[in-house]
Ligand binder design. Structure first.
Ligand code: AMP
Ligand code: ZN
Length: 111
């Protein structure tokens, strides 16, 4: 198993976990692009969102993102959820994940 996010999800590799359910884990991004930058990772491996048709899991990812946004206190000011997909989408780690970014104005820009 060479996938870095599989290793993180199974706790074989260290990360800062902020939230966990049976199906997913939420960690701090190692190279934050915003004051709050979290990653929502399913525990099961899907290379990209294109491989994942599990509606319950996809819904669970969105619900977890809302919950951690509230827990981090960024819900009122606002936050951004992003799923980069394949090369032109900017995906660098090929294990499905959703970014939650907040803590600075992201208005008017995509990055
Ligand atoms: P993406 O470009 O959408 O594939 O995003 C991958 C993200 O994973 C980047 O923001 C990286 O900083 C982050 N990342 C890579 N390795 C780790 C790690 N070991 N722990 C936490 N975040 C990581
Ligand atoms: Zn994986």
């Amino acid at each position: 198993m060479s996938c870095v996010f599989c290793k993180i999800a199974s706790k074989e590799m260290k990360s800062t976990v902020v939230h966990e359910t049976d199906g997913l884990i939420v960690i701090k991004d190692i190279n934050p692009q915003a004051p709050t930058h979290l990653l929502v990772l399913p525990k099961k491996h899907y290379s990209t969102i294109l491989e994942c048709d599990d509606r319950d899991l996809l819904a669970e990812m969105l619900l977890a993102a809302k919950e951690v946004a509230k827990k981090a206190g960024v819900d009122e000011k606002g936050f951004r959820l992003v799923i980069n997909t394949n090369d032109e989408g900017g995906q660098t780690v090929f294990h499905l994940h959703m970014h939650l970014m907040a803590g600075r104005s992201l208005a008017g820009r995509m990055g």
